[in-house]
Design a protein around this ligand. Structure first.
Ligand code: NDP
Length: 244
């Protein structure tokens, strides 16, 4: 078994997760790719291996606690340990509350909050045994401010920040576990495809700003990972220059 660091990345089949997997692999970190779309994970694993990196994948729905536990178990079986978990999977079906898109609220709570908690729960026993680890949770600028249409999404991303800060206070001293909150502004990814509200989608498309690329966020994540063990980068906010 090699001594390379090992990172699990959820939502690795597109956008920020995919770019993060490539970035970490390029820094000689072994990556375990997780998401639901197997074809995309397979392609990314091949791409990383062609770059000279080491990648595994495990088809995982983050809303299923057993699948998340299986993901952690498989990572340890394949790669020997878990140094980093990037809880990145998420969706953003924005809408006004009085549109009453209750199914979408449930999905956001399930993926953006419960998925993060299940990820933490799955890796903590291993990190506690190791007395080291790093949990990186992807919140958002929407985890710092609310706009009409973002109430529920923002609620999930505020929750991610609260959970991460609580986890830090509980696990830093005794278990040497680091936590990082990453808050991206607008990034050009497939995330807007989760918006079903036509007015909100149109307003999004009308925004006159150059968005970030996924690679910009991947580099912020990689910066936090690369710090020495006694340095915990607690939170990073990255906005497009033109974003409010
Ligand atoms: P994408 O839509 O490109 O990627 C979302 C990823 O989440 C996909 O890989 C998808 O994989 C995965 N996913 C969704 N549901 C599940 C599930 N139930 N189980 C496992 N994986 C799931 O979006 P981004 O890359 O933009 O988003 C990544 C994170 O960044 C999200 O948490 C998002 O909220 C956050 N963010 C994004 C911003 C942006 O402007 N893009 C701004 C601020 C924060 P699959 O469908 O294969 O399962």
């Amino acid at each position: 078994m090699s001594s390379k660091k090992v990172a699990i990345i959820t939502g690795a089949s597109s956008g920020i997760g995919q770019a993060t997997a490539k970035e970490l692999a390029s820094k000689d970190i072994t990556v375990m790719l997780a998401a639901r779309r197997e074809e995309r994970l397979k392609e990314l694993k091949n791409e990383i291996e062609q770059m000279g990196g080491t990648a595994y994948y495990h088809v995982t729905d983050v809303t299923n606690v057993e699948e998340m536990e299986q993901l952690a178990k498989k990572t340890v079986e394949e790669a020997g340990r878990i140094d980093v978990l990037v809880n990145n999977a998420g969706l953003m079906p924005l809408s006004l509350i009085n549109k009453r898109k209750i199914k979408e609220w449930d999905q956001m709570v399930d993926v953006n909050i419960k998925g993060v908690l299940y990820g933490i729960s799955a890796v903590l026993p291993y990190m506690e045994d190791q007395k080291s680890g790093h949990i990186i949770n992807i919140s958002s600028v929407a985890g710092h401010k609310v706009m009409p249409g973002s109430s529920v999404y923002s609620g999930t991303k505020y929750a991610v920040r609260a959970i991460t800060e609580g986890l830090r206070q509980e696990m830093n001293a005794s278990y040497n576990i680091r936590t990082t909150i990453i808050c991206p502004g607008a990034v050009a990814t497939e995330l807007t495809e989760t918006i079903t509200d036509e007015d909100i989608l149109a307003a999004f498309k009308d925004r006159d700003m150059k968005p970030l690329d996924s690679e910009n966020i991947a580099k912020a994540i990689s910066y936090a990972v690369e710090q020495p063990d006694h340095v915990d980068v607690n939170e990073i906010i990255v906005r497009p220059t033109q974003q409010d």
